[in-house]
Design a binder for this molecule. Structure first.
Ligand code: FES
Length: 496
């Protein structure tokens, strides 16, 4: 299972970068960035361009995290958000958010042009659409008015400009002009090859001016946490302020390629965009750790069959996104007490745009230039009216999921577990997670999340164990896939 971006870049052999070195011994630098995804690479790029000696440290390889799993839309259109931001944060802050997001599109265009990066960057309109007449249609009308009032190039429409774009009719939509799409790994690797990056080097601990890894230490004046989800419990307490969501994608050949980007706002809304001769079809989102019945890829495949009967699947993959309490990312100072630490996280489903916003804000701040729009993204902001509902929901989830480990009974006996399926079983009087592969081989792991102890749930679409509390994920062998956990879960031998 690999994304369209990973697969296409692997097929273009010359674009695969040479293996980068891990850290060996101690280094001293002005800025250290944790995470070689797009936010980290762009931040390092801006800093280095301004003469700040910068290194990037990455637990795996550059671009191997969420950057390779995105749909790679660069937009100021972030779902139905502007009407809510106006109501909860006020006009000034909502306008700052809108302006920073739209500026990110232009900034990508500038870098790509100046650096002559061949990454299939294309300006396209982006649509939010609903297929349901009534309430959602009304909501989108208000969203168009709100976005327009904040200076964005938005308008309400009853149908796409090109009627061939969608294989279904819509009740209404918001069209944003001047948006863009690209190939994220081609862009990332073009910048990454000009930076110092230590790969396969996981940061284990952070001190005020030092990052500690197994291979050595990095001493830095400034430290940027740009690794998707901050691995530290404290300071910052980001695990209390975010949850994670998953969504699924197919890349399809032999369909009608849309001339714009689309995102459905209904419960079962789909995302569409084109890439060369393929359609990227996305959907099936759910909170991480809540996909016990699976079927997300199945749903997308049925849609593909219905809409483009001659289509052929080229790739399928999934993405994981950090969702903040008020829907605005956390970008800025990591915490009040350590002034030289910065954070970029909680990008929601808008990782490309928010990576650019974060890189511009954080690099400017390190260079001593405060941007006005920084306040709306500040991790230290207090936004009770925008955050209260999510804070309560996330708290209820955490309490329920912690309790489940103690009170919930195993679902099936180990003997009954069919081939190709996973579930919670009892082993020697203890609950455990088991997966039996198609050949009958059994894999048994602990279902206690090593982050804070919640009970993991089986995700049949990914054959992974996912944590509903904060979204850590592990493969069926127990190996870590996604944080905030830093280690895999115990396996059979360790359980016995
Ligand atoms: Fe926090 Fe599992 S991710 S308890």
């Amino acid at each position: 299972m690999e994304s369209i971006w990973k697969r296409t870049i692997e097929e273009e052999n010359e674009l695969i970068p040479d293996k980068r070195k891990s850290l060996t011994g101690d280094v001293h630098t002005e800025a250290a960035v944790i995470g070689a995804g797009l936010a980290g690479i762009l931040t390092a790029w801006f800093l280095q361009s301004q003469g700040v000696k910068t290194v990037v440290v990455e637990a795996e390889t550059a671009g191997s995290g969420q950057t390779q799993n995105t749909t790679a839309k660069i937009t100021s259109q972030h779902g139905v958000i502007y009407h809510k931001l106006l109501e909860t944060l006020g006009r000034e802050k909502a306008a700052a958010y809108a302006c920073a997001s739209q500026a990110a599109v232009g900034e990508y265009e500038r870098i790509i042009r100046e650096q002559a990066i061949a990454c299939f960057f294309e300006k396209k309109p982006a649509y939010l659409y609903t297929r349901e007449k009534g309430e959602m249609e009304e909501k989108l009308l208000k969203e168009a008015q709100a976005a327009k009032s904040l200076g964005l190039p938005a308008s309400f429409t009853k149908k796409p400009k090109d009627p061939k774009d969608l294989p279904f009719s819509i009740a209404g939509g918001v069209r944003f002009e001047e948006q863009a799409q690209f190939h994220p790994l081609r862009f990332l690797h073009a910048l990454a090859k000009k930076l110092v990056i230590y790969e396969h080097t996981r940061v284990l601990e952070a001190e005020e001016h030092c990052l500690i890894t197994k291979q050595g230490r990095i001493f830095a004046d400034h430290i940027v946490f740009a690794g998707h989800y901050p691995f530290l419990l404290r300071p910052g307490y980001y695990f209390l302020r975010m949850h994670q969501e998953r969504s699924y994608c197919l890349a399809l050949k032999n369909g009608i390629i849309p001339s714009a980007m689309y995102l459905g706002t209904d419960e079962d809304g789909l995302s569409l965009r084109g890439f060369q001769d393929m359609i990227i079809l996305g959907g099936g989102k759910h909170r991480t750790g809540e996909n016990k019945n699976g079927g997300r890829y199945g749903m997308l495949r049925r849609k593909a069959e219905e809409f483009w009967p001659d289509s052929r699947e080229y790739a399928h993959w999934s993405a994981q996104d950090c969702m903040t309490l008020d829907g605005v990312p956390y970008i800025g100072r990591f915490c009040g007490d350590i002034p030289n630490w910065y954070v970029a996280t909680g990008f929601g489903k808008w990782g490309m745009t928010n990576s650019m916003v974060a890189a511009r804000l954080i690099s400017d701040r390190i260079l001593g230039r405060e941007r006005e729009e920084g306040e709306v993204f500040s991790p230290q902001r207090f936004t009770p009216s925008a955050s209260a509902a999510s804070f309560i929901t996330d708290g209820v989830h955490a309490a329920r999921d912690l309790g489940r480990r103690v009170f919930q009974k195993p679902e099936i006996s180990l003997e009954e577990l069919p081939a190709g399926q996973g579930g919670i079983v009892e082993v020697d009087g203890q609950k455990a997670g088991a997966y039996r592969d198609e050949d009958g081989e059994l894999y048994v792991v602990s279902i206690k999340c090593p982050h804070l102890g919640c009970q993991l749930e089986w995700n049949p679409d990914e054959k992974s164990w996912d944590c509903p509390c904060h979204g850590s994920r592990f493969d069926f062998r127990g190996r870590l896939l996604d944080g905030p956990a830093e280690n895999g879960v115990d396996t059979t031998e360790e359980l016995c």
